[in-house]
Design a protein around this ligand. Structure first.
Ligand code: URA
Length: 199
């Protein structure tokens, strides 16, 4: 019999198949090379949602593989979470030109086609949004990221723990300790019975 992981991967593959050359929003005609659907464990307890692929992600077809991704990997390692255990995706799956912020129409089309269905298939226990664009696009409210980071919000019965985007931490290194603290909060929530010896 097929296990949950293989079954969910099959559902994700079926979801992605019609959109490999997606033209549902303007980003399809604005120079993107790859549609970056996401990667990781399709049966993950933890789902990370970023904003949009950057240059490296667009070239490789994988989320968070550039400088932001390397910093995300370091944070995960520090708190003892393996990248292969989690699922990682973005609000929009195509790189906006010059890395501009996705337009509301692009985000809403892409979330309706892909992100909401990814969430339904993966059904994670916790979603961590990276940055204010990811948070406010998913929850459709203008939260202040500096006020709500590290706290618990809700979306469709799933716990949301927002934190800063790694690109922000690269530019504002004084915020790195609180950012790592948010990852620690997530790790503790994921495995409440395991005493963490790192902190
Ligand atoms: N920034 C994002 O928001 N997502 C990526 O995949 C890479 C950089």
């Amino acid at each position: 019999m097929m296990d949950a992981k293989a079954f969910k991967q099959q559902l994700l593959d079926t979801l992605y198949e019609p959109y490999k050359k997606c033209l549902q929003c303007p980003l399809g005609l604005l120079g993107r090379k790859n549609v970056v659907f996401g990667e990781g464990n399709p049966d993950a307890d933890l789902l990370f949602i970023g904003e949009a692929p950057g240059k490296d992600e667009d070239e490789q077809g994988r989320p968070f593989v550039g400088r932001s991704g390397q910093l995300l990997n370091r944070a995960l390692t520090l708190v003892g979470i393996q990248r292969s255990e989690v699922y990682i995706t973005n609000i929009v799956k195509c790189r906006p030109p010059e890395n501009r912020v996705p337009l509301p129409i692009e985000s809403s089309i892409c979330m309706n086609i892909l992100l909401y269905n990814q969430i339904k298939i993966i059904r994670p226990r916790i979603i961590c949004t990276l940055g204010s664009i990811a948070l406010n696009s998913l929850l459709q409210k203008p939260y202040s990221i500096s006020k709500v980071r590290g706290t618990e919000l809700q979306h469709d019965g799933i716990i949301i723990i927002p934190t800063y985007h790694p690109a922000y931490i690269l530019r504002n290194q004084s915020q790195a300790p609180v950012w790592i603290q948010d990852f620690k909060t997530i790790q503790t929530k994921l495995s409440p019975n395991i005493r963490n010896t790192i902190f």
